[in-house]
Write a protein that binds this ligand. Structure first.
Ligand SMILES: NC(=O)c1ccc[n+]([C@@H]2O[C@H](COP(=O)([O-])OP(=O)(O)OC[C@H]3O[C@@H](n4cnc5c(N)ncnc54)[C@H](OP(=O)(O)O)[C@@H]3O)[C@@H](O)[C@H]2O)c1
Length: 292
């Protein structure tokens, strides 16, 4: 089978490495990565980004590189020279400009943290963004740059991703699993809602977007809403961990912390789900097929 040339950023990351693993037969991946020994690329350099895009036959660029440490980002609040702003905003701007010059389609991975978390229901694509911390702010600024450009673009917003296998960067599910296995999991918030994203399915969604050349803004999580406590409880039961799980409260925690936290980041995915040519796994099934 002929592999389609595909440019990407962040393809060594938690999400990107699963996508390249699962679709190794479909795409000839070219990763714009700092650690590439032959051709390192720093996406904060406009020259390096344009140079790679100009030489590539790829029609699509899947942009997943980001400064993803939310607590680290909080410590850089307001610093437009800091690594968080530079990678998330300047890096995305460089990619957009290079796509404008080379006629490429940009697929940008974004986050539910562009919302303030005050909504009682699932967030839809028409809800207004209103980030409350620096990581979310930089991702929202990057979304604006993408949306205000003249390129073909697709934005996929996700929340709390996890995959069935283990990866160096511990994901949402394995963090909880390991905490319970080691007997050291904090009480889990029963008043914090999130929308887990099964990366195995997200990889299929990205492939679908490329195959269908779909443009626009889409929520691409599981479409489900879980509390931290429900999530941990289901993991505890599924893997017979017999951990003495305690309920915690985000509201109480916030009384002692000055870093803001969104109370709800669950995403409604009806817009995307209606177009897909495959079924997304429900989160209970995804958890059950996860490697311990
Ligand atoms: N993880 C989450 O909880 C989450 C939630 C919602 C949305 N997202 C979004 O989903 C996407 C993927 O997240 P992830 O968790 O897979 O990310 P990740 O594991 O933290 O990986 C980030 C990647 O970005 C690369 N990178 C950082 N700075 C770079 C630079 N200056 N130039 C080139 N590459 C650079 C890193 O390369 P090195 O490995 O060489 O450092 C790494 O491969 C991101 O856009 C993120 O904002 C993630």
């Amino acid at each position: 089978m002929n592999q389609i040339p595909l440019l990407g950023t962040g393809l060594n990351g938690l999400v990107g490495s699963k996508f390249t693993m699962d679709f190794a037969n479909s795409y000839d991946f070219d990763n714009m990565d700092l650690r590439n020994p032959v051709r390192p690329v720093d996406i904060t350099s406009d020259k390096q980004v344009l140079s790679v895009l100009s030489k590539s036959e790829a029609e699509f660029v899947v942009h997943m590189a980001a400064f993803t440490d939310v607590t680290g980002a909080w410590q850089q609040t307001g610093d437009t020279n800091g690594s968080c702003y530079m990678v998330n905003v300047k890096g995305t701007e460089n990619l957009v400009k290079a796509c404008e010059e080379t006629g490429k389609h940009l697929i940008y991975l974004s986050t539910a943290y562009v919302f303030d978390g005050e909504k009682e229901d699932l967030y839809t694509e028409t809800d207004k963004t209103n980030p409350i911390e620096w990581y979310g702010k930089t991702k929202a600024l990057a979304e604006e740059i993408v949306q205000n450009s003249n390129i073909n673009w697709t934005i996929l917003r996700i929340d709390q991703p996890f995959r069935n296998d283990r990866f160096d960067k511990v994901d949402t599910l394995h963090r909880v699993l390991d905490g319970m296995k080691n007997g050291k999991l904090y009480p889990q918030f029963a008043d914090h809602h999130f929308g887990p994203t099964y990366i195995n399915d997200l990889a299929k969604i990205i492939d679908f977007i490329i195959r269908q050349k779909m443009t626009g803004l889409y929520h691409a999580s599981s479409g489900e809403s879980w509390t931290d406590f429900e999530f941990a409880k289901f993991i505890n039961e599924t893997f017979n961990l017999n951990f003495d799980l305690q309920e915690g409260s985000l509201a109480k925690y916030l009384e002692t912390s000055n870093r803001p936290y969104q109370k709800n980041t669950a995403l409604n995915i009806d817009k995307l789900k209606g177009s897909l040519d495959f079924e997304l796994k429900n989160i209970k099934i995804a958890i059950k097929e996860t490697e311990l």
